[in-house]
Design a protein around this ligand. Sequence first.
Ligand SMILES: Cc1cn([C@H]2C[C@H](O)[C@@H](COP(=O)(O)OP(=O)(O)OP(=O)(O)O)O2)c(=O)[nH]c1=O
Length: 193
Amino acid sequence: MIFPSIYLASRSPRRRELLQQIAVDFAVINPDIDETSHAGELPLDYVRRIAIEKAQAGKALLLEADLKPVLAADTSVVLNNAIFGKPVDDADARRMLKQLSGQTHQVLTAVALATNQQTLCQISANSVHFCELSDADIDWYLQTGEGQDKAGSYAVQGLAALFIESIQGSYSGIMGLPIRETGQLLMQMESNA
Ligand SMILES: Cc1cn([C@H]2C[C@H](O)[C@@H](COP(=O)(O)OP(=O)(O)OP(=O)(O)O)O2)c(=O)[nH]c1=O
């Protein structure tokens, strides 16, 4: 598959890595948006809205004559309808990991692609089951620092794999950029052009 050249509106090294995996030619841009959730907003609506806002804010940074689409994504961990974003500090990460212990949670990633004409969006909804975590497990994981800039305070692609009993869905979606849905958006954009 040959994909069009795009911009990736993201500071996430994981998203760059996953896009490289499918040989997409891209340049990185860094728009800033407010990622606060609205009162009563459902997790799925939240990730969709934020991914679309990131992609459109990225597009707004470019000249109108620049026709390359802008790709962006947003990932949230969801437990009993509560959204777990990136932890603000170790205490916040500990709180999240304690709640994830022994439970199945969802990882929702929305991926959005914006052009001057339209914004397309797809959702990757996945489940992850964690084993029971002891306080010592959590202490050990926190001192690795790996969970710091990750939704839910862990990374499936790192040491936290030791805690994961099973996943259902898309590994790349859990990591932050669902490859299949991203490929579909890029193909759809090509056929709409
Ligand atoms: C659940 C999980 C999340 N993550 C990461 C992916 C995202 O970088 C981050 C979720 O935060 P996001 O707010 O989706 O993204 P971000 O702020 O890191 O980057 P961007 O500039 O694109 O907005 O968590 C993993 O790396 N592994 C995982 O297993």
